[in-house]
Write a protein that binds this ligand. Sequence first.
Ligand code: AMP
Ligand code: ZN
Length: 113
Amino acid sequence: MALDSNCIFCKIIQGEIPSTKIMETERTYAFADLNPQAEVHALVVPKNHFARVSEVAQADPSLLAEIVSTAQSIANEKYNGQFRLIFNSGEDAGQTVFHCHAHVLTGQKLEGE
Ligand code: AMP
Ligand code: ZN
């Protein structure tokens, strides 16, 4: 499925819901998380709708690689190239939006695990 009309991140990608764009590549879009957990907290999403990261990996490994590359580019641009990358997959892991997204935390020295 390319886009899901009920999906908040599909609406962001289409510009129907506003977002603060951080970066865009051919197949990914990165925008600021509304509730930042670090100096820089970006969400990187595939422009096509996939619910979970494993679905992206299975359908198109190069798209998953593009998400990681976008994260690296954000960290290069906004900080010193170092970053934390988190994918929540499933409700029990804290996933609340079921359009695959990578949390990119950077812009500072990060504490914790
Ligand atoms: P997760 O809990 O891993 O599904 O992450 C969902 C993330 O999306 C949370 O960190 C929210 O703060 C963020 N979020 C939800 N709605 C928006 C929005 N409209 N714009 C930017 N970030 C959002
Ligand atoms: Zn979606």
